[in-house]
Design a protein around this ligand. Structure first.
Ligand SMILES: Cc1cc2nc3c(=O)[nH]c(=O)nc-3n(C[C@H](O)[C@H](O)[C@H](O)COP(=O)(O)O)c2cc1C
Length: 223
């Protein structure tokens, strides 16, 4: 698989098969992805990979807490700017509408939407859950670096026939996640990521999001 094929075939997978992924495979993926670049070669990220009982225990803990506090814990960072302006707000809205439409959940079906969102906290059935942390003192450049690390994992995963689901939603459960992982106190959770084999029969995985055109996102001055 070449890079273009990996890019074209990577989508956010929201239904995984239960088939396990071996630890060695996850290690190989991380071994390749760690060559992602970072300003000053800081490599500001740290990854936790969970499967088996370690993952099941964490998910059970979150599920139990969700009964009492369905909205989770106050996230350590704001996922989107407070007043998201267009075209970003329009894109975000469409992305949500397209997702729910792809699985037949109506706009008025608040419960259906919440239930779909809460599948985040089962990693959408993925057998492997990844969590990425970075030091709290890091700023936007290092967060961007961490994004490159995440994208590298997602692309290398394709080479192994695997799919991924990056999940900022996990920021809502950072305290519970950290109580299982015991990271140093000065690290903060950026996001989770489901990793596994895609359930190709699942309707939710038929969603293909659109993108702004090259001319909308890039300006060329070649003379
Ligand atoms: C850093 C990051 C966090 C994301 N968090 C979530 C999430 O919590 N839940 C979810 O269902 N999708 C999440 N997504 C998926 C995006 O909605 C998705 O990437 C976008 O709509 C484009 O679709 P595609 O990945 O299928 O190309 C996240 C993506 C990124 C890059």
């Amino acid at each position: 698989m070449n890079v273009s094929d990996a890019l074209a075939s990577r989508i956010t997978c929201r239904a995984f098969l239960p088939d396990p992924v071996r630890e060695e495979t996850v290690r190989e993926i991380v071994d390749k992805a760690r060559y992602a670049p970072s300003g000053g070669n800081l490599q500001p990220w740290h990854l936790f990979a969970l499967s088996g009982n370690a993952l099941a225990d964490l998910l059970a803990d979150v599920a139990e807490k969700m009964l009492e506090t369905p909205r989770g814990e106050v996230p350590e960072y704001r996922v989107y700017p407070q007043d998201l302006k267009d075209p970003y707000e329009a894109r975000r809205f469409k992305c949500g509408e397209d997702l729910y439409a792809s699985i037949g959940i109506e706009r008025a079906d608040k419960r259906g939407r919440i239930a779909q969102f809460q599948r985040n906290f089962k990693f959408f059935g993925a057998p492997v859950g990844l969590f990425v942390y970075l030091d709290r003192t890091m700023g936007p450049p290092q967060w961007a670096d961490t994004g490159m690390f995440l994208q590298s994992i997602m692309l290398v995963a394709r080479e192994y026939g695997l799919h991924t689901c990056p999940q900022e939603a996990w920021a809502q459960w950072h305290k519970t996640v950290s109580s299982h992982l015991n990271p140093p106190a000065d690290w903060m959770l950026f996001c989770g990521m489901g990793l596994g084999y895609m359930d190709k029969e699942a309707q939710v995985n038929t969603l293909r999001t659109d993108r702004a055109s090259v001319d909308e996102i890039a300006t060329f001055k070649f003379r």
